[in-house]
Design a protein around this ligand. Structure first.
Ligand code: GDP
Ligand code: IMO
Ligand code: MG
Length: 430
């Protein structure tokens, strides 16, 4: 029996996709259990790059079943495009993919609401969402009355339900004040389109709760692929600048429908520095040429939206918090090669809040906005490490850096990544 979880420990884009693809070789089922097409997971295999939004990053391994559970919010046209583009590249998708009939559907009004709300809240309060309808879809799920699940698309009452909801949503959108969005919502057109999508997806849709419980009870190896990162967790992240699901390790069971008894290892994934896309506090953010250098060398531009990622130093206060919260056993430290570009490296070891030294991660975004990071400075190594394949062959400064990170976070470093390719990864015996 084995349930392995891969959880991002920062604000997303920690290279979870690379790690999931790599670890999939020893797994039987890969599970995406929260988030939706806001995720952008990159997998590089030789000269091929795959960008996955909905489909689990295990899909490149033909021996593995990939499952999207009821905790995910699903956008059918995006899903179909993704299936098509992978199929065009000779990846076996349909045979290896199952989608929960409990997954909530991102409908056109969710996309319209996300855009309208984004426009209505500019400036410091703007979350800077991916505009994929994630927040509005999860809001309707929790609100219940106007939600549509994938299984609903196949039912006779679906057309009537869409008509009722469109009527309500048009009134909501008038409230937010975007008339062009309102005009574009046509119930009959939506019914026709979504019944068409449902038809195309129908062989993939099933009760994934039963499928996964059967697999766990049969002793199969399950890998749970987190989306986003723990600092974006709706309950425990930098609220309100978060996503709308439990993206920390705490979300695995509720999102997947697999209870905690089947989970036996959690790997926390972190970059050797920090990035964030969108709004919200970021204590170690760099606004100078060092930050720009990290962005350029790390190619830090969003996989989903193409937006430049905000870059900064590694924040051990934040990652210690999310490591404990997510119950991680070991750390996977990614993008170590990017830090070859800097002379000296800072690690944030504590925050100064109005003269008081704080080592715990504050719960309020307003407090996080004003904290001053307290740094420890370590020497850089300034040599190319992208060809290093054994941990012992890394420069001493790089190993010292990882040791210090491990000490501050309180977990051992098991995996180190020095480039996007599968081969650019080192595993340590612990
Ligand atoms: P995810 O959302 O957590 O899967 O991460 P993204 O795919 O959004 O962003 C990670 C980016 O870093 C991708 O472009 C990867 O190909 C790339 N990448 C992964 N590991 C490394 C690494 O160790 N070094 C470098 N330079 N790039 C990496
Ligand atoms: P992966 O899985 C980085 C961010 C958005 C925004 C906030 C809310 O690739 O790591 P949303 O559209 O979810 O309502 O946006 O969350 N965000 C991500 N940032 N990586 C992601 O996913 C993200 N998914 C959402 O930029 O700040
Ligand atoms: Mg990403």
């Amino acid at each position: 029996m084995s349930g392995l979880c891969i959880i991002g420990l920062q604000w997303g884009d920690e290279a979870k996709g690379k790690l999931v693809d790599l670890l999939t070789a020893k797994q039987e089922v890969v599970v995406r259990y929260q988030g939706g097409a806001n995720a952008g997971h990159t997998v590089v295999v030789g000269d091929q790059t795959y960008k996955l939004h909905h489909i689990p990053s295990g899909i490149l391994n033909a021996e593995v079943l990939n499952v999207i559970t009821g905790g995910v919010v699903l956008n059918p046209p995006t899903m179909l495009d993704e299936i098509q583009s992978l199929t065009d590249r000779d990846i076996q998708v349909k045979r290896n993919l199952k989608i929960s009939d409990r997954a909530h559907v991102v409908m056109p009004w969710h996309l319209a609401e996300d855009r309208a709300l984004d426009q209505a809240t500019q400036g410091d309060n703007n979350i800077g969402t991916t505009l994929r309808g994630i927040g509005p879809c999860y809001r309707d799920k929790v609100g219940r009355s106007y939600a549509i699940r994938l299984g609903d698309l196949y039912r006779p009452e679906f057309p009537e339900r869409v008509r009722e909801i469109v009527e309500v949503k048009q009134r909501v959108l008038v409230g937010i004040g975007d008339e062009s969005e309102i005009a574009s919502l046509n119930a009959d057109e939506i019914i026709r389109q979504y019944q068409g999508y449902a038809e195309q997806l129908k062989d993939l849709v099933c009760d994934t709760n039963t499928l996964l419980l059967d697999a766990a009870e049969a002793g199969k190896k399950l890998l749970f692929e987190g989306a986003q990162g723990a600092l974006l967790d709706i309950d425990h992240g930098t609220f309100p600048f978060v996503t709308s699901s439990n993206s920390s390790g705490l979300g695995v069971c509720a999102g997947s429908g697999v209870p905690p008894r089947w989970i036996d290892k959690v790997i926390g994934v972190a970059k050797c520095y920090s990035t964030r896309v969108g709004g919200g506090p970021f204590p170690t953010e760099l606004h100078d040429e060092v930050g720009q250098n990290i962005r350029d060398v790390g190619k830090e531009y969003g996989t989903t939206t193409g937006r430049p990622r905000r870059c900064g130093w590694f924040d051990a206060v934040a990652v210690r918090y999310t490591s404990r919260l997510s119950g991680i056993d070991t750390l996977a430290m990614m993008m170590l090669d990017v830090l070859s570009c800097v002379d000296e490296i800072n690690i944030c070891t504590a925050y100064d809040i109005g003269g008081t030294v704080v080592k715990e991660f504050p719960s309020h975004a307003e407090d996080l906005k004003v904290v001053k990071p307290i740094y420890e400075t370590l020497p850089g190594w300034k040599v190319d490490i992208t060809e290093v394949r054994n941990y012992e062959d890394l420069p001493q400064q790089a190993r010292d850096y990882l040791d210090r990170v491990s000490e501050l976070v309180g977990r051992p470093v098991e995996i180190v990544s020095v480039g996007p390719d599968r081969a650019q990864t080192m595993f340590r015996e612990l």
